[in-house]
Design a protein around this ligand. Sequence first.
Ligand code: DC
Length: 229
Amino acid sequence: MKKITIAIDGFSSCGKSTMAKDLAREVGYIHIDSGAMYRAVTLYAMEHGMIEGSVIDVPRLEADMANIRITFELNEVTKLPETYLNGVNVESRIRTMEVSERVSLIAELGFVRQAMVALQQAMGEQKGIVMDGRDIGTTVFPNAELKIFVTASAEVRAERRYKELQEKGEHADYEQILQNVKQRDYIDRHREVSPLRRANDALLLDNTHLTREQQDAWLKEQFLLRVKE
Ligand code: DC
């Protein structure tokens, strides 16, 4: 079977990473959550005092980009890749509300996007990869053999993130999460560099009323069609 590249884009919290992870595990592909990379840069900026409220010290961050090393390592127990920032596991720290509330500001900086896209393209050189994000099918891998654009209602997405945080034992406020989801949708769609949009050749998947199993089965079917071509 030939190896292909799979690009999964869409709105925040619509289950892109879950479906990407499930497929990658099943077919033995690498899964990269590109949002985790923007989150790691945000965490770095926060921990180095480069973000005050909603103001970023852009010149300092730009000068420091070469010192930000983002890698993924497989957790031997869960068999899932986890995000490392300069050699330190930051997988849970990048998922907090503090990071979620600031990451859009970082993700709209051209020099950050340039650095992340270069890293993502290098990770995908050998194919056999499922990458999820906002600009994977349009900018990172415009030649991907399979592109999916995922949507779901903002309310359903907020509900999913709320449950996710609760299950981890973290403080969660549904209304605050819903506002965050809507605000990020707006920023993702309207930013100047690589705004979120469906690639012309991407398949549209609205999973508002789909279970994880139904979604996984649909994706696997699309995958099999492409590798047999
Ligand atoms: O998928 P996520 O919620 O973890 O993404 C975090 C943020 O990163 C989100 O606000 C949008 C941004 N992002 C992006 O701009 N481009 C990507 N390819 C992935 C994420």
